[in-house]
Design a protein around this ligand. Structure first.
Ligand code: IPE
Ligand code: MG
Length: 252
């Protein structure tokens, strides 16, 4: 009888809340800039510019959501297959971003790192990267990592080539070598978001995403707002992460 009464009683839906004290690594495949632009009759470069604005919004909002590391896919090594003018436009936007935002990053306690290859970047951009990284190195509120000329497979391959020198072989020591290759660290991803409707990893953080929760959204990157990031973090909070073990309810 008591059980029936309890079952009949309306239990208010619990609103999921964000744990602001958590320390999440969120990685984003920020896709859809080109389609956003062409659907408006604009050149693709306008989509990349709007995408840079979306990145600013998301970077601003991230620390309040318990995100301690944020990795954004700015330029894939595969993107060299695009027309040089488009790749150059993306690299120029990155340079502008570093120029305009480094002081802001220092003020906000954001440490900035670039992960990926640097040898194919223009020398002036390489210098700007080194300057921004040095200037923001003390930031502890959030680690912002921009993946530029980045290929996870290539990074893993280069780490494997260096690994023979390491005497203590373990997954951790391999991660350390990978971190050296990438220069901006190699930490496990908790939540991977991909905008733009495609559902694939596109050679992004393959080692670090082994147990990541994946969230795909139709929204194109320039339309992605702080509220969308918040919604993805809420969705992440609802997932049970077992890493192959049993869920708590069954394990007892
Ligand atoms: C992602 O948007 C940005 C970069 C690859 C730098 P795209 O340029 O891939 O946009 P779509 O997929 O063509 O819409
Ligand atoms: Mg794309």
């Amino acid at each position: 009888m008591l059980m029936q009464q309890l079952n009949a009683r309306k239990i208010p839906a619990v609103q999921p809340a964000i744990d602001h004290t958590q320390s999440l690594h969120v990685a984003i495949i920020s896709d859809g800039n080109g389609r956003w632009a062409t659907s408006r009759g604009l050149p693709r470069s306008a989509g990349h510019r709007a995408g840079a604005e979306a990145a600013r919004r998301v970077i601003e909002a991230a620390p309040r959501l318990g995100i301690h590391t944020l990795t954004l896919f700015a330029l894939s090594s595969a993107n060299w297959k695009r027309p040089a003018a488009e790749v150059n436009a993306i690299l120029r936007l990155l340079h502008e971003y570093l120029f305009a935002e480094t002081t802001h990053c220092i003020d906000e306690g954001v440490r900035l790192s670039i992960i990926g290859r640097r040898d194919r970047l223009p020398a002036t951009l390489r210098q700007a990267i080194a300057d921004s990284e040095a200037a923001t190195a003390c930031g502890t509120r959030m680690h912002l990592r921009l993946a530029v000329d980045y290929s996870a497979r290539e990074a893993i391959y280069h780490a494997a080539c260096r690994f023979y020198k390491v005497t203590e072989l373990s997954p951790e020591s391999f991660s350390n070598v990978l971190a050296e290759v990438l220069r901006g660290g190699s930490t496990e991803v908790d939540l991977l978001i991909r905008t733009g409707g495609e559902q694939r990893l596109s050679d992004f953080l393959l080692w670090e995403c082994a147990f990541a929760e994946l969230v795909f959204t139709q929204k194109r990157w320039p339309d992605f707002a702080a509220a969308d990031l918040e919604a993805a973090v809420l969705e992440f909070g609802k997932r049970e992460r077992t890493r192959g073990a049993l869920p708590d309810a069954i394990a007892g």
